[in-house]
Design a protein around this ligand. Sequence first.
Ligand SMILES: [Mn+2]
Length: 341
Amino acid sequence: MITEKQIEEIKGFLQKSENPLFFFDDDADGLCSFLLLKKYIDRGKGVVIKSAPFLDASFLRKIEEYSPDVVFVLDKPNISEDFISGVHVPLVWIDHHSPVDVKGVKYFNPRVRDHNVYLPTSYICYQVVKQNLWIAMCGAVGDWLIPDFMDEFMAAYPGLVEKTDNPGDILFKQPLGELIKMMSFILKGKTSDVNTCISILSKIESPYELLNKTTSRAKFMYKKFDNINKEYKGLLDSAVKSASDDNLLVFYYPSKQMSFTGDLSNELSYLFPDKLVIVGRRKNDEFRLSLRSKKHKLPKIIEKALEGVEGYGGGHEYACGGNIKAKDIDKFVANLRRQLE
Ligand SMILES: [Mn+2]
């Protein structure tokens, strides 16, 4: 947990800031964390960190561009040392991945005190701002948590979710799931569209405005989302069709398409809970992989499957990523399969 004192400390940085800059991860949790903080003070700039696990020195040009008086980093597992040493204003980092020991930042991570606690970054940000519950709900469920404010959300926003203890039910079957998907998918578009959508979202007051498309700005966002979602659905359909009675579901797609690797593996794993799901996007001579299993602890079997294979992989118990050279991909999959028998 984050302590009351830490919450006050984060709040202090927000309130004192005149021109804050927010870097955030390119998924629903990252975006919702930013929206919660930005709406609370109604100022500041947001920069989405796309497809980079690290916030590195290349992002210092954003600091030059905006000259912020405080920098917030939200939902990123790592920040490079040269980024930290290049920032000369307070650097506030709020995250919930594996804690790191790092100097020169104000670090807030509930897992420092309790390594096993699971509280997405948007949950922590909601503890600070205590407003815009619907955004906190989107971020938490987007990161696969049914938060303890679920009942409060259901009472305040009827018709969007039904009671369940499986976040997948909300994500893939209930109305709020569409909104969460939208928050993640709009970040995949062209940079100019991404920025327009983020600025629309920071003005929208209610989830119903978006879901019911009651305004032209909501219609604009929906159109952007629909285009990206069509591409996603095409891939999901092919992946579902490729499923057999094999206890492995392997699906590859080319890099000329947008990156949906994590989204696809999540939904496929929900649809086929008994299967180990591997989704790979081929880029030149390698595959970027996302692996999911509800039955097998992945890091151990991945480590074993990497023997004699050029590549790397790892992550959480039931959700991992990897990068494997194309020449070895069949061997890697065969090595995984052998361990399931
Ligand atoms: Mn997160």
